[in-house]
Structure formats: structure tokens, C-alpha cells
Design a protein around this ligand. Structure first.
Ligand code: NAI
Length: 211
């Protein structure tokens, strides 16, 4: 079995956070850091950090700690952030506009190549230098440009039908903001669900417990 296959998703899910902290450290001119100091900054334990990074080969040196630049590059490479996976976004409403405008796709392994909506008043408008395209042109666009990932910023009730179309066009990877459970319908899709409200409800619980 490939060593990477055995790495748990909980370790993988911590990597973007390591990456973010390492970018901040580099920006503030810090070139090396011990696992203890990194742990303090991140609210983890040094042993957790060593365990996580050892899954990929370590990267630290006894008595030196980690080179911030090297560790950032290694994590970037593990995550595949220099990939240019072609992505499209469906639903150019409030959320879709915000995601398309503020997310640095290029630094996160993706290239946003198309934005789609079915609202005539949005079609043809520009978001972040991309025109909003009529959803009716989705099939033609996909056969020409072959996107591999779709961001879903549409209401839940349209996703059942829409995802069928996207799936038949070969798109099997989703960044899903709709509250529709895609993995229940397809067993060979990769889905990252984002629910801001889950985070808000967790915050509510923590405030309640602290009151
Ligand atoms: P919105 O109404 O501003 O935008 C939805 C857009 O989808 C509209 O422009 C609409 O024309 C378009 N649309 C609807 N059906 C379509 C179709 N079949 N094909 C193409 N485009 C279509 O709504 P908003 O605020 O942007 O929210 C979008 C969805 O995201 C909502 O369902 C909401 O529940 C969800 N949401 C999820 C969050 C999360 O954390 N996961 C946070 C906020 C909203």
C-alpha cells in the first residue's frame, strides 16, 4: 500500500492550517521554528506536530527545528497547491460572488475558468474579470474547457438535477456550499462541504457552556 494512503484525513485537514501559519511566519521574517514554538502558536502539542509531519517524512532537524520556507514548500507540495485544476462556479448570487471575488484559487491549486447562473439579469455581468455565463451553455463549455471541479453556490433544491448534469459532463469533484448531500447520491465523487452555520452553531454551544 502507498504510504500516503494510510494517512488519516484528520492529519490532512490540519495541513492547510500549518500552511497558513507558516505563510504568516515567513511574512513576519521568521526563518526557522521549533516544533514547540510552532505548537504554542497553533494551540497544539509539539508531539502532535512531529507526529503529523512524520507521516510525510519529517522535515525537521534535531537541534535546528524546521526551516519555515522549506516546511511551507513541502506542505504546499503535499497538498498539490501548485496544481491548476480547472474549476467552475455555479450560482453567481451573494455567496457565489463573494467566493469568486475573494478566494485566491491560484494559490490553492485551482484555476477558476467559468461562472454560471440562470438569472438573465446576471448573465453577461463580470465577477473578478470573468463573465457570468448562461447555465444553458454549461455542456458546450465543459466539453471545450474540461473543468474537473465545480463550486456549488446554488439553492439546495436545484442541486439534485444540476449535479446530475455536472456528473454526466465528467465533473466529479465539488466544493459544495449548498446544503445538498452529494455523496449520498454518487459514491465516486470527492466533495468538500462547507457549512458556515455549523461553525456558528458550535460557537453558540461554546458560549452557552461558558455562561
Ligand atoms: P442567492 O439567491 O443570492 O444566489 C443563488 C444563485 O443561484 C442565484 O443567482 C440564482 O440565480 C442561481 N441559481 C439558482 N438556480 C440555478 C440553476 N439551476 N442554475 C444556475 N444558477 C442557478 O443565494 P446565496 O445567498 O448566494 O446562497 C446560495 C446558496 O448557498 C443558498 O442555498 C444558501 O442556503 C447557501 N448558503 C450556504 C452557506 C454555507 O456556509 N454553506 C452560506 C450561505 C448560503
Amino acid at each position: 500500500m502507498d504510504k500516503r494512503e494510510a494517512i488519516s484525513m484528520s492529519v490532512i485537514r490540519r495541513l492547510p492550517r500549518y500552511y497558513r501559519f507558516l505563510c504568516d511566519l515567513l511574512d513576519s521574517g521568521i526563518i526557522r521554528i521549533s516544533s514547540k514554538e510552532l505548537a504554542n502558536r497553533m494551540g497544539l502539542t509539539a508531539s502532535q506536530i512531529r507526529q503529523d509531519l512524520n507521516c510525510f517524512g519529517g522535515f525537521g532537524q534535531q537541534g535546528y527545528g524546521y526551516s519555515v520556507k522549506n516546511l511551507k514548500e513541502q506542505i504546499s507540495s503535499i497538498l498539490g497547491l501548485d496544481s491548476k485544476y480547472k474549476a467552475i462556479l455555479i450560482g453567481a448570487g451573494n455567496l457565489g460572488k463573494a467566493v469568486a471575488s475573494h478566494m485566491c484559487f491560484n494559490d490553492r491549486g485551482f484555476e477558476l475558468i467559468g461562472i454560471f447562473d440562470n438569472n438573465p439579469s446576471l448573465i453577461g455581468t463580470n465577477i473578478n474579470n470573468l463573465p457570468v455565463i448562461d447555465i444553458k451553455k454549461l455542456a458546450t463549455f465543459c466539453s471545450k474547457y474540461k473543468p474537473v471541479m465545480s463550486i456549488l453556490c446554488v439553492p439546495k433544491h436545484v442541486v439534485d438535477k444540476l449535479s446530475g448534469e455536472l456528473y454526466s459532463l465528467g465533473i466529479k469533484n465539488y466544493w459544495n456550499f449548498s446544503h445538498y448531500d452529494l455523496s449520498m447520491k454518487y459514491d465516486d465523487v470527492i466533495v468538500e462541504n462547507v457549512h458556515l452555520s455549523d461553525s456558528l452553531m458550535t460557537l453558540c454551544y461554546r458560549i452557552k457552556e461558558n455562561s
